[in-house]
Design a protein around this ligand. Structure first.
Ligand code: DX5
Ligand code: ZN
Length: 229
């Protein structure tokens, strides 16, 4: 049987002037992770938040911090995020050689954190093969990284199915996270294919009642999950 699906609200869609309030709301809603979208203005055009935010979040919530590094040269900044208290750190396969990716994963593990690897919608899933047995999570982007509030790219559910099949072939079962355009409709598509963790920006943090939105999406996700492995 699959583990229950967890929801990872992205604070990129939170009200930054009321961030503590928004964190409390998603905590109360039962968030499985708090997703922190770090963008550097290079790997993606947008620039968002960084180490100080991770550090302060760590002080106000018990929910594991799922830090999504949309940055070039993540190996140069990794230690800062680990020191700041990131529980999960995900890097993009597009910015690292295979050897660098292995080093980064080992460094994350050496710090006692969990390691994820992410692929953009147009990146070949082949890049995952050399590390699928090393990572704790594969993050399948279902929009081009850069902004919240974009529409789900059709066919991302098929990519989730391919990652599930690849993990099975290798005899491993990393969490499979989907990020971008997730809502009450699209979540069912990817969870039906075996997604375990769903990032929700606008659909949760942008909702009038974030806790209710989170719980509704979580229920739909779990209903859609395959019941047999
Ligand atoms: C996109 C980010 C996402 C984004 C999700 O580059 O990685 O985490 O904030 O936002 P929604 O759910 O609104 O697409
Ligand atoms: Zn993200």
């Amino acid at each position: 049987m699959f583990e229950p699906v967890k929801i990872a609200p992205s604070i990129l869609s939170a009200d930054f002037m009321n961030l503590a309030r928004d964190i409390e709301r998603i905590d109360q809603g039962g968030a499985g992770f708090i997703h922190v979208d770090v963008m550097d203005g290079h790997f993606v055009n947008n620039l968002t938040m960084g180490v100080p935010v991770v550090k302060q979040l760590k002080g106000v919530t018990e929910v594991p911090l799922d830090v999504h590094l949309m940055i070039d040269n993540p190996q140069k900044q990794l230690a800062w995020y680990l020191d700041a208290g990131a529980d999960w750190v995900t890097v993009h396969a597009e910015v690292l050689t295979e050897a660098e990716l292995r080093d980064v994963i080992n460094q994350i593990h050496a710090a006692g954190a969990k390691a994820g690897v992410s692929v953009k919608p147009s990146t070949s899933l082949e890049v995952l093969k050399p590390v699928i047995d090393m990572v704790d999570m594969v993050l399948v982007m279902s929009v081009e990284p850069g902004f919240s509030g974009q529409s789900y790219i059709e066919g991302s559910d098929e990519r989730v199915a391919e990652v599930v099949a690849m993990a099975r072939e290798h005899g491993v079962s990393p969490l499979i996270e989907v990020d971008g355009g997730m809502n009450e409709k699209t979540v069912a598509l990817v969870c039906a294919q075996g997604a375990d963790v769903i990032v929700c920006g606008n659909a949760v943090c942008g909702a009038p009642d974030p806790a209710l939105a989170l719980q509704t999406i979580e229920r739909i996700a779990n209903d859609a999950q395959p019941k047999e492995q």
